[in-house]
Design a protein around this ligand. Structure first.
Ligand code: ADP
Ligand code: MG
Ligand code: ZN
Length: 479
């Protein structure tokens, strides 16, 4: 029997507001433990939460960007559990009435698009951070993170492979970054994902029992953990067993998932509406005013890059994968309006350089203006494409402008036909045997002659002129 996986993802995105969701404490990462705290986020008795308006606005942005219905009335609920990272003994979250639901996003799967449903988006507060002493039976708790705003985005179980899961996550991360509401850093935990997965016989109508995978802190881990878990579930079933509904932890050292605990049910949390917070009422005007501030989203930008600039979809995809790259590309075009040439240089030389140095495009040593000006120098025939690579390397090293490097290093292309002719005549005289061979039909040798000329000019001769003059001279028996 053939099985197919069914996957649904829960993503927690940390919102980049300055202050926490229910108090005025700073959300800055890395402060001395327990310094970004107050009686509200420490859960002192009698303290009352006050909702941060920015958190609501950011979540409306996300809801609109993912085609959700924004609810005019939603509610906060208490999710009760006992653990030392949770000073109040409950987490304020949303349960029955989330702020946004019934949405979808389109992701790319191979050559086509697939629509993945968004079940709901809700707001909640983060818990504190525990650390454990390796030598003594002591744990430490830091409440700086307690009350930092999170947005939870729950997908429908529409995902059918680990690769689709990766594509969905990348698309979602790209959206939150375009919206400027979350930095999307999985390794640092500001964009976290739990993956729910089950398998079922192909063609079956009902879903199998799911397990929930945690501790997935990179895209690669999400895909690897899902592959592992799908195979594990298949083996359980082939051996006549049953998949148990449980939470499993991914171990990136042994590349396995291991059982952490039986899956808790919603009723275990004793959810109830938080009596300290009024129902959240959002009117149409607010929703519309947020809609007006939405930027062009990744998919829209991608489509525009194809239609407006005539780029292949492949290029458009890479260039719009983050906003900074898309802006860099469009800034280049303002100076040098040949889209495919600019795209090739960004995707090739520039991204190669940034990858090698572990830098983002914001940290690029070469500005968009300088790259565009470099391409201008090639176009005007001042340098050849080959010399441009040399200039590019130098720009990367020194941050100098391309025309300055060309001048300083004497790299201006030789386009003077008589100068090139002279060099060619020398090369032909020095290689009489090859000349004879060429004339006897070994025309492949043209490349050899071009190479010799380029060597003598240190690559600075205009290749087009070299080729033309060479062919001319080689044709003529009486030079
Ligand atoms: P819980 O808090 O119990 O994990 P949520 O509603 O927050 O519940 O999340 C459930 C997630 O699991 C959703 O992303 C949903 O698409 C997914 N899911 C539900 N049933 C299945 C299933 N049988 N197989 C795989 N994923 C599932
Ligand atoms: Mg869950
Ligand atoms: Zn506080």
């Amino acid at each position: 029997m053939e099985f197919e996986p069914v996957i649904g993802l829960e993503v927690h995105a940390q919102l980049t507001t300055d202050t926490k969701i229910f108090c005025g404490c700073s959300t800055l990462f890395g402060g001395f433990p327990n310094t970004h705290t107050c009686p509200v986020c420490l859960g002192m008795p009698g303290m009352l939460p006050v909702l941060n308006k920015k958190v609501v606005e950011y979540t409306i942005r996300m809801g609109l960007a993912t085609n959700c219905k924004i609810e005019h009335e939603s509610r906060f609920a208490r999710k009760n559990y006992f653990y030392p990272d949770l000073p109040k003994g409950y987490q304020i979250s949303q349960y029955e009435l989330p702020i946004a639901q019934f949405g979808h996003i389109d992701i790319e799967v191979g050559d086509s698009n697939k629509r993945i449903g968004i079940t709901r988006i809700h707001m909640e507060e983060d818990a504190g951070k525990l650390s454990h002493d390796p030598d003594r039976p002591i744990s430490f708790v830091d409440f700086n993170r307690t009350g930092v705003p999170l947005m939870e985005i729950v997908s429908e179980p529409d995902i059918r492979s680990p690769e689709e899961a990766g594509s969905y996550l990348r698309q979602l991360r790209s959206i939150v970054r375009y919206l400027g509401i979350c930095d999307g850093n999985m390794e640092e935990g500001s964009f976290r994902c739990d993956a729910n997965v089950s398998i079922r016989p192909i063609g079956a109508e009902t879903f199998g029992t799911r397990t929930e995978l945690k501790n997935l802190n990179s895209f690669k881990h999400v895909e690897k953990a899902l592959h592992y878990e799908i195979n594990r579930q298949k083996e359980v079933i082939f051996e006549g067993g049953k998949v148990v509904q449980e939470t499993r932890l991914w171990d990136s050292v042994s590349n396995r998932t291991t059982s952490m605990r039986g899956k808790e049910e919603a009723h275990d949390y004793r959810y109830f509406p938080d009596p300290d917070l009024l129902p959240l009422v959002i009117d149409e005007d607010w929703i519309e005013s947020v809609r007006e501030t939405l930027p062009e989203l990744p998919n829209e930008k991608k489509e525009r890059f194809v239609t407006e600039y005539g780029l292949p979809l492949y290029d458009a995809n890479i260039l719009t994968s983050n906003l900074a790259t898309a802006n860099y590309f469009e800034d280049c075009l303002k100076i040098f309006p040949e889209s495919k040439t600019v795209s090739n240089w960004i995707m090739g030389s520039l991204m190669g350089l940034l990858n090698a140095e572990g830098k983002t495009i914001e940290q690029s040593p070469i500005s968009s203006q300088d790259l565009a000006n470099l391409l201008g120098l090639i176009k005007e025939g001042i340098i050849s494409g080959k010399i441009a690579k040399v200039v590019f390397e130098e720009m990367a090293k020194t941050g100098k402008a391309p025309d300055k490097i060309v001048k300083e290093k004497g790299l201006v292309q030789v386009t003077d036909v008589s100068a090139i002719e002279e060099i060619i005549l020398n090369v032909l005289a020095d290689n009489a045997k090859e000349v004879a061979d060429y004339r006897n039909g070994k025309t492949r040798l043209l490349g050899f002659f071009v190479g010799q000329v380029m060597k003598k000019t240190k690559g600075k001769a205009n290749p087009k002129i070299v080729n033309e003059v060479l062919k001319e001279k080689l044709k003529n028996e009486y030079i």
